[in-house]
Structure formats: C-alpha cells, structure tokens
Design a protein around this ligand. Structure first.
Ligand code: SPD
Length: 279
C-alpha cells in the first residue's frame, strides 16, 4: 500500500509526497502538528497541512533567512527570532561567532518540543547556552522591546491562524522600534507566483516602517511554487550588501547554499517580481 501526504497549496494546486510513516500527529493549542518521513525530501514538519521544513531542503530557507541579515549587519550580537520553533534559523544564527544572545519567541511550545525529539539536525542549536527561549506571542513580545536587537528575523508560518498578525504594518512598526538604530529586519514573505497581493501589501508596509526595504528570493522546492521571497527592512545598512571586508566572516561560515555572491544575487529580481513591487 502506498502512503501519501498532500498539501493543498491553493484550492487548485497540490503537492504530494510519498511517505514511509507518520511519526507524530497532534492538535496543539494552536494548530495541527505532524511529522512524517517522505521518500524524496526526508523528514518533514507540517503545520495545519502546510510543509514547514524538510531535512533535505531546509538549508536553503534557513541559511537565506539568517545569513542575509546577519552578514548585512557589520557586527550582530543580539538577535531575535520570532516563530521558527523548529530551530533551523537559530542554528544558522549561532554560526556567527560574534553572537552573544539569541532570543527565540515561539507561540507553540509543542512545535519546539516535537522538533527537538524528531528533527535533531534542524533543532540542534536550541540547547545552546546563548539561546533564550520564550514561549509566548511574538507580537506582544516585540511591542514591549525597545532598541534591543541588532537583527530581528520573522520565521513564521503562512499568514493564517497564529501568524496572521505577523504580516501587518503595526507589527513591522513595532519591529522597527525593537531594533537598534542600525538594526536589520527580515521576514519570510511567501511565494511571488501564488501570493502576489500579499507580497505587494507586505512590501508597502515594510517600506512605510523602514527607510530601506528590499525583497530577495531563494528556491525552496517544498514550498508552494518552489520560489520563495523574504523582505528586509533597515534604517542604515543596505540589506543587499554583505559587510564582510576581506571575506573573513563568510569564509568561516559552514553553508551549503549561502555565499556572498548568492547574497547579492538574491536581490536581483526577475522582471515580474520587480513589477509586482512597483504596482
Ligand atoms: N508555506 C510554508 C511557509 C513556512 C515558512 N516558515 C517555515 C518555518 C521553518 N523554520
């Protein structure tokens, strides 16, 4: 008998992966949580039916959401990650030796607990002494922080359920206040093929909250359409430029996707995406 997991990516589009087993399934306080073993992409974390991360392609997403802001800032020491309870973004942030403290704010304790049990490669940084884990609402947390972080990364799920408020001008403006004057913010901002009106709105809102707003792209095969966007906001540094004189910082990073050239190239947008941001 064949077993398949199917994500309804839109009402007219599905991604199906053959699975060998379901390791975990529960209804948490916030969402439906599952972990399955797929044949093509390895172990997969699924929230409310949507793929969050797979062992085989997670490096692209986590390296690009973490190293772009971390390298665009000249010396990040204090980092806040909102969402990302699987730990993949924290693992990448910790690769920067100058980091003194990473605060991870995850609303759903079970995402973190299950990831620690079943996704050991992804969650490997969560026990690091520099990591401070808070199980609470990221929106509330950010509203109470002032000039506290060099980098803020929003590694959220899609804008449904608990993540809706993370895609709003009010939230981006609170993020701007929570950052140091020269801090950098990045959020995952969905698919340029399938979520065009959302991307337009998010880009407009981030541009209102920050003098510099830039969108960049990376391929994530298991996310809807396979092409994913991230949007960065900043008051001082250009997020598209790695601040790495002599190449020392990036040379020390162990990465499989990120390089300083990939960093710059990710901001070179295809015509239809550039058009989307101008419309
Ligand atoms: N369509 C799913 C998008 C999920 C983006 N965030 C995933 C979290 C991985 N750390």
């Amino acid at each position: 008998m064949e077993l398949w997991f199917t994500e309804n990516q839109t009402k007219d589009l599905r991604l199906s992966c053959r699975i060998t087993r379901t390791l975990h399934r529960e209804k948490t306080e916030f969402q439906d949580l599952a972990v399955v073993d797929t044949v093509e992409y390895g172990r997969m974390l699924v929230l409310d039916g949507a793929v969050q991360t797979t062992v085989r392609d997670e490096f692209v997403y986590h390296e690009m959401i973490a190293h772009v802001p971390m390298l665009a800032h000249p010396a990040p020491e204090k980092v806040l990650v909102i969402g990302g309870g699987d730990g993949g973004t924290v693992r990448e942030v910790l690769k920067h030796p100058g980091v003194r403290e990473v605060t991870l704010v995850e609303i759903d304790r079970r995402v973190m607990e299950v990831s620690r049990d079943l996704l050991p490669e992804t969650s490997s940084g969560l026990g690091d002494p520099r990591v401070n884990i808070r199980i609470e609402d990221g929106i509330k947390y950010v509203k109470e922080a002032r000039r506290a972080y060099d980098v803020i990364i929003v590694d959220s799920s899609d804008p449904v359920g608990p993540a809706v408020g993370l895609f709003s001008y009010d939230f981006y403006s609170a993020v701007a206040d929570a950052l140091e004057e020269d801090g950098i913010f990045v959020a995952q901002t969905e698919s340029p093929f399938l979520n065009q009106s959302l991307i337009r709105q998010v880009y407009a809102d981030i541009s209102r909250a920050f003098p510099i707003a830039k969108l960049y792209l990376a391929p994530v095969p298991t996310y809807p359409s396979g092409l994913w966007s991230f949007t960065a906001g900043s008051r001082v540094y250009d997020p598209a430029e790695p601040r790495d004189p002599g190449g020392g910082r990036s040379a020390r990073l162990e990465t499989r996707y990120y390089t300083p050239d990939v960093h710059r190239a990710a901001f070179m947008l295809p015509a239809f995406v550039g058009e989307l941001l101008r419309s």
